[in-house]
Design a protein around this ligand. Structure first.
Ligand SMILES: [Zn+2]
Length: 100
């Protein structure tokens, strides 16, 4: 039996919300960055998919030969309508519930 090699995760990059304070006024900016090396528990609402802006869940690599650090869509519907989704059906659209 050939060893089944799992597909590497597609979403190894995400967008991280950075808060800047300019003259006392807070403003947010989304920055694309690799998931690798991120905090284990990013704050809720501080990460999103860089393709559809949908909410994502953070997955840390658990085993040496396991999937590398990555994110996955929280909502199945995002996964189906996002080009980076695991269940992508072929027509990309922005998340109906984007993280802004
Ligand atoms: Zn997406």
């Amino acid at each position: 039996m050939p060893k089944r090699v799992p597909k590497p995760p597609k979403m190894t990059e995400c967008e991280l919300k950075k808060i800047f304070k300019v003259e006392g006024v807070k403003s947010a900016r989304w920055i694309v960055r690799p998931v690798k090396g991120m905090d284990t528990t990013p704050e809720a609402g501080s990460i999103r998919c860089k393709h559809c802006y949908g909410p994502v869940r953070f997955y840390k690599q658990k085993f040496l030969d396991g999937p590398v650090d990555h994110v996955e869509h929280v909502h199945r519907v995002d996964s189906e309508s996002c080009e980076a989704g695991q269940h992508f059906k072929g027509k990309h659209s922005r998340s109906a519930t984007p993280v802004l």
